[in-house]
Design a binder for this molecule. Structure first.
Ligand code: DON
Length: 300
């Protein structure tokens, strides 16, 4: 495993086209696309890594996995009255279907659906308390108390969150937001600004791997369902392509991170800040394609 990860990191370093960073969150716009890290936390308790696996990055939409787990813990299956379970086939921040589908977002991994998940775990508590619970969940999953939120990134996102404010107001107009728009956007943007290294993220994803030594933070049924949603919706309109190329459930973030689960085997984190046209890590996706091909860890 160690040799394979080193080989993948070397191939990433040699790749000329590293993709482009997202520019709509100013604080993330200047990040060096030459960085690449990968880490694998295996079911037997080992942790392998290569490249820049100890460099913290903004997990952004990868946080939607933890937010969904927390929201499900709060209200259980009732959440499916407010958000669907189908891929949208549209970009992560699209407003298009919300009008036609009466304020019920297609799934919890596009921004509109993630705002509903945030509103659900926020409920009537303060953003500070809700984010405290989210961090407690992530730290328990990763077995790492050092994981934190980058306040500068959160504020940078809030200052330019015109799309997310639009989505939140749209949801509110259909009565599908309980807390105020400002509270939900504030909490959601802080959630996205959680920082982790590849090693920390691989550890944090272990609760989605069904094996005896993994942290049992959700029921077996929820774990299966979260994995199913990652497979079908985790890469937005690039979800089919990721399933085709990698064959494992994954959740990407616009910071360039991807969390990938190999059921029963491992939790994998890969990071490279340059993105492909879908807003998912370009080199991260290519690395996972190689990894899946070489290990045979596709679920298909
Ligand atoms: O809401 C946003 O736009 C960002 N905080 C997160 C978007 C994101 O990570 C999309 N993923 N590739």
């Amino acid at each position: 495993m160690q040799d394979l990860l080193r080989e993948i990191a070397e191939a990433a370093a040699a790749e000329a086209d590293k993709g482009n960073v997202a520019t709509y969150i100013p604080e993330l716009a200047g990040i060096d696309t030459g960085q690449f890290g990968i880490a694998v936390a295996t079911a037997d308790g080992k942790l392998f890594s290569a490249g820049d696996a100890d460099v913290p990055f903004s997990i952004q939409s990868v946080s939607k996995v933890f937010a969904l787990a927390l929201a499900l813990g709060r209200v259980g299956e009732q959440i499916w009255r407010r958000v669907g379970r189908e891929p949208s086939g549209l970009s992560f921040d699209s407003v298009l279907l919300l009008e036609r589908e009466k304020g019920i977002p297609r799934n919890p991994f596009i921004n509109a659906g993630a705002l509903v998940a945030t509103d659900t775990y926020l409920a009537s508590s303060s953003p500070r308390a809700a984010l405290g619970e989210l961090l407690t969940f992530i730290r328990a999953a990763a077995d790492d108390e050092a994981i934190h939120i980058n306040e500068t990134v959160a504020l940078s996102e809030i200052a330019t969150a015109h799309r997310n404010f639009s989505l939140a107001h749209y949801l509110a107009s259909f009565d599908n937001l309980h807390a105020s728009v400002d509270k939900v956007i504030g909490t959601y943007s802080h959630q996205c600004a959680v920082e982790m290294t590849c090693r920390q993220l691989a550890m944090a994803g272990r609760f989605l791997v069904d094996a005896p030594k993994m942290p049992a933070l959700v029921s077996d049924e929820r774990r299966r369902r979260i994995n199913a949603l990652m497979m079908t919706c985790g890469h937005y309109d690039g979800s089919g392509d990721f399933a085709f190329r990698v064959g494992m459930p994954g959740k990407s973030g616009v910071g360039g991170g991807i969390l990938v689960i190999s059921p029963s085997r491992a939790s994998i984190a890969v990071w490279s800040p340059g993105l492909n046209p879908y807003g998912n890590s370009k080199l991260g996706t290519e690395a996972m394609q190689t990894f899946s091909h070489r290990t045979g860890w596709s679920v298909f």
